[in-house]
Design a protein around this ligand. Structure first.
Ligand code: NAP
Length: 302
């Protein structure tokens, strides 16, 4: 069987694309390598998705999923894509569970948190080093933690961690944050958060679990030690696009035009894994809708 559309990724972009293609009466299947919902599942609080004053990422994701199911979107989890073969009018999506034939593809596979690559990072992952405050914050009740990074992820997760940890130290490599101003203000006014500026993480040290970090000041080159029970790393994102043979930028984000068309006819992209000035739930859902309509028009011409 040849589907009209295969959507790769079950986050906000993929689920929105799914809602739109099903409402256009197309035969579509969404495949996801983990569970439906994407990265927002581990977001404690979303307060910038219009229509919801405050909602947890997990609740918002389940609403997206419920809506996609209502329109009959078929979803398959634990399907990991290894490549997409372009046969012209059809594509073969090669997955861990076998090949899927389709006339078009919407790539919405998002991003993965970047690793720092410092000494101790891998050894202490799960023993004090984490990339997910929502998953692991609970283990740091009344403890002291360090958050690395100055973007929105680092700042919002640091604020979340203050609900459990008694002290959160944000270590940033510059003396100015990259995060949205409102998030910065929340962090600056939080009495449990302190900042270490102009420093990078050089090493994570401990015996069985994390005991301290070694920091290096990038201006003076001086190193210092900071005792801590945990290290939360938020230093950016890697796009999940290695399987896709389409035009990308130097970091692997997929290049598309304003119709979400990639360099390969019949392959569209939506959400965080594309080159975009903003990576938010709002922009992901917008991309998903555009990609779906573009796929529909492509199929009409086909
Ligand atoms: P990001 O915006 O790329 O920020 C990464 C941060 O890590 C930057 O502050 C960067 O420093 C720092 N960094 C990068 N490499 C480093 C290294 N080797 N050592 C030390 N620090 C390093 O990534 P993000 O915070 O994950 O956000 C990704 C996207 O999601 C953004 O578009 C963001 O707005 C969005 N987001 C939004 C919200 C929200 O509440 N609105 C929440 C989470 C994420 P420099 O600043 O010096 O480059």
């Amino acid at each position: 069987m040849v589907h009209d559309v295969v959507i790769i990724g079950g986050g906000p972009a993929g689920l929105t694309a799914g809602i739109y293609v099903k409402r256009a009466m197309l035969d579509a299947v969404l495949i996801e390598k983990m569970g439906i919902g994407g990265q927002i599942i581990v977001t404690d609080l979303v307060e910038n998705f219009p229509g919801f004053l405050e909602i947890s990422g997990a609740d918002l994701a389940s609403k997206f999923e419920e809506q996609a199911r209502k329109f009959g979107l078929e979803m398959k989890t634990l399907f990991e894509v290894s490549s997409i073969e372009d046969n012209g009018k059809t594509k073969t999506v090669k997955t861990s569970e076998g090949d899927i034939e389709t006339k078009s593809v919407i790539i919405a596979s998002g991003t993965t948190p970047k690793k720092l690559g410092v000494k101790g990072e891998i050894d202490f992952t799960g023993r004090g080093v984490s990339y997910c405050a929502t998953c692991d914050g609970f283990f740091f009740r009344d403890k002291e933690v360090v958050v690395i990074g100055g973007g929105d992820s680092a700042i919002t997760e640091a604020i979340y961690l203050t609900k459990m940890a008694k002290k959160v130290t944000i270590v940033h490599r510059r003396n100015e944050l990259r995060a949205e101003k409102i998030n910065q203000e929340h962090a600056f006014s939080n009495p449990r958060i302190s900042f270490v500026w102009d420093c990078i993480l050089e090493e994570i040290v401990g015996k069985k679990i994390v005991e301290k970090v070694i920091l290096r000041n990038v201006k003076t080159n001086a190193t210092s030690e900071l005792k801590t029970d945990g290290v939360f790393i938020y230093v950016g994102l890697i796009p999940n696009t290695a399987y896709a043979d389409v035009k990308k930028d130097e970091w692997g984000f997929i290049i598309a035009n304003d119709k979400m068309e990639t360099s390969v006819k019949g392959i569209f992209v939506a959400g965080d894994c594309r080159v975009t000035p903003l990576r938010q739930i709002t922009t992901a859902v917008g991309d998903g809708a555009i990609a779906a309509v573009s796929a529909e028009r492509y199929l009409e011409k086909l």
